[in-house]
Every structure is written in structure tokens, then in C-alpha cells.
Design a protein around this ligand. Structure first.
Ligand SMILES: Cc1cc2nc3c(=O)[nH]c(=O)nc-3n(C[C@H](O)[C@H](O)[C@H](O)COP(=O)(O)O)c2cc1C
Length: 319
């Protein structure tokens, strides 16, 4: 799969997830088949002002070859000012966030509030296309609410400015993360862009390999982004690839635990042991979800503070 002149090993990407998609998670996802990881949303203003905490979000894992950096901003001004810092990190792709529903973000005019001002995304994408040579993508929603669905017009603004890819999270801002994603809209968007080189990615309710295959088939989209479905479940990338070939891939308990412990190792390498072990808890809960014995394991994970604590917790899982 190609986006502009950049090739990818598969059409399955790890979606941007604030608080989750650091280099440790992207590395584990890549080991299981993610073709590209996207940073969590990064403040263009923070980068422009030289915030180390913001720039740390751009740290790669050793050998990470496909990294998309997702920016957010209310308009083109901070994007212009952060460009030198951003490009020092040589991202393979720049994604722009027009989907974040969080009040703190939308009240500044950023995230999904940008869907109300398509002329601003046009200016931002034009600037990035004129001043970088990397593919540019935009991730957006159906619209602000059910009374203002405008994803097709919004896509026009992105595409006419030169966007190479668009990702539709098929919910409105008002829906947040609840209700069902409406994949028929993804089909309409793909249909609209079918004679262009612009890649259309789907997001929303792609929570299993089966859902990913259904979404690819029903919408004709070029690729899918796994978000909540990949938390504690990086196996979903391999499972989807196999399922497309008609095979069912089941991960063993040993592989699951080994992957979770490797993820923990990457977290500790990135943040140090104390923070790494603490921040791993939200991922570890995902790794054991739905397994036999999970409730007592989750309880143990909720105060795990060392690698040994995690080992002991996972040992309580019943085969
Ligand atoms: C905890 C969390 C954090 C998220 N952070 C971001 C983000 O930083 N940027 C973004 O574009 N989308 C973000 N999203 C949206 C996801 O990328 C995705 O579009 C959404 O969860 C729908 O997919 P799903 O239903 O398969 O989870 C976030 C979602 C969740 C649940």
C-alpha cells in the first residue's frame, strides 16, 4: 500500500491514542503487524514554544521506520512556528487532528472544532504541502453533531489543499466515543475520492479482526486504524492479516504474557522503571481482559510497581 510515494507493508495502522501510543506501544504493535504508528495528538503550540514534554512525544523506538506525527492546533499559525522543530524529527508523515472531542481542546478552536471552519484546514494542509516533502493526512469526524454533518465538504477542503490521505472516524463530535460508528459514511467518502490518489482510512468500532475485514469489504476503504481494539491486543494486526487470507490466528496464553512483559520492558526503557511500571497498568488490564481469572489479575495489576509484580499477576491467569 502506498501513500503518495511512501510504501507500507500493510493497510493496518495503529491509530493515534492520547496517553497510549508512545514508542513502546507502537513498537509492540509493529512487531505484531502494524505498518505505521501515529503519535498521540501533539500540540503545535507546545512544539513551537520548545516544550520538552511535548517534543518527547516524538521519540521513536530504535529502528522505527514509519512514524506519523499527529499535530493539533486551532489554525495555521502555530503549525508554521513549530515546523522546524517538527522536521528535525524527520517524520515519514504528518497527520492533522480534526477529531478530538475534548472540551479543553475544542474551546480553543482545535480538534473537532476545526470541522466548523474548513477554510482553516485548507490553509494548514496547503502550508504543510508547500513546506515539507512528506505525505500529509487529516483525521476527522462526520461533523460537529447530527445536525451539521459535513465530512464530504470537509474532505474537499483537505483534498483541494493537497492531502494525501484522510481518515474518517465515523462518529460526530457530539457522540464522543459512544454510539455506533457509521461505516456507510466511510463508503460514501471512498466513493467520492475513488478517482483520486488520496487514500481513505476508516476509524471507529474496528475492535476485532472480523470487524476490520467487514469494514474493508463494506466500505472499500484503503486501510483501517485500530484504536481501542489494539489496547492490550496488538495481536489484532496479525489476526486481521491472517483472516483476510481465510485463516484464524489464535494467540496462546504464553505469547500473550510474553508480549505484555516485552511491552513492559519497552515502557521501562522509555520512562524508567517506576513510571514505566505505573503507566503499564492501563495496557496490562487490556492484555488480560476476558481471560479466565482476569478479575483477580486486574486487582493485582492495579498496584503492580515492578516487573516481578507483573509476572506474579500474570501467573494467576488460568490456562
Ligand atoms: C483514549 C483515547 C485517546 C484518543 N486519542 C486520540 C488522539 O490523540 N488523536 C486522534 O486523532 N484520535 C484519538 N482517539 C480516537 C481514536 O484514534 C479512534 O478514532 C477512535 O477511538 C475510534 O476508533 P475505535 O472505535 O476503534 O476505538 C482517541 C481515542 C481514545 C479512546
Amino acid at each position: 500500500m502506498n501513500i503518495s510515494s511512501l510504501s507500507f507493508s500493510s493497510p493496518f495502522f495503529l491509530a493515534p491514542l492520547a496517553g497510549y501510543t508512545d514508542s513502546a506501544f507502537r513498537r509492540i504493535a509493529h512487531e505484531w503487524g502494524s505498518a505505521c504508528g501515529i503519535t498521540e495528538m501533539v500540540s503545535a503550540e507546545g512544539l513551537a514554544r520548545g516544550s520538552d514534554k511535548t517534543e518527547d512525544l516524538l521519540i521513536r523506538y530504535p529502528g522505527e521506520e514509519r512514524l506519523a506525527v499527529q499535530l493539533f492546533a486551532p489554525d495555521a499559525d502555530p503549525v508554521r512556528r513549530c515546523l522546524d522543530t517538527l522536521m528535525k524529527h524527520s517524520p515519514q508523515m504528518i497527520d492533522f487532528n480534526c477529531g478530538c472531542p475534548v472540551n479543553k481542546v475544542v474551546k480553543t478552536g482545535a480538534g473537532s472544532a476545526l470541522m466548523k471552519t474548513p477554510e482553516k484546514i485548507h490553509e494548514i494542509v496547503s502550508f504543510l504541502k508547500q513546506n515539507t516533502d512528506v505525505p500529509v493526512s487529516v483525521k476527522f469526524r462526520l461533523g460537529w453533531d447530527s445536525g451539521s454533518i459535513n465530512y464530504l465538504e470537509f474532505a474537499d477542503a483537505c483534498v483541494s489543499a493537497g492531502a494525501d490521505m484522510v481518515t474518517l472516524h465515523a462518529r460526530t463530535r457530539a457522540q464522543g466515543y459512544s454510539g455506533n460508528a457509521d461505516w456507510t459514511c466511510i463508503r460514501r467518502l471512498k466513493e467520492k475520492l475513488k478517482d483520486t490518489d488520496v487514500k481513505v482510512f476508516a476509524s471507529g468500532d474496528i475492535l476485532s479482526a472480523q470487524a476490520a475485514c467487514d469494514c474493508l469489504r463494506e466500505t472499500g476503504c484503503d486501510g483501517v486504524m485500530f484504536a481501542r481494539g489494539a489496547i492490550g491486543n496488538p495481536f489484532i494486526f496479525t489476526q486481521t492479516g491472517k483472516l483476510l487470507q481465510g485463516e484464524v490466528f489464535t494467540v496462546t496464553l504464553e505469547e500473550r504474557i510474553a508480549t505484555a512483559l516485552r511491552h513492559l520492558e519497552y515502557m521501562c526503557a522509555l520512562y524508567g522503571k517506576e513510571t514505566g511500571c505505573r503507566d503499564m497498568r492501563k495496557h496490562a488490564i487490556g492484555y488480560v481482559r476476558g481471560l479466565r481469572g482476569a478479575s483477580k489479575v486486574k486487582e493485582a495489576i492495579s498496584h503492580a510497581a515492578s516487573e516481578d509484580d507483573y509476572r506474579r499477576a500474570f501467573d494467576m491467569l488460568e490456562a
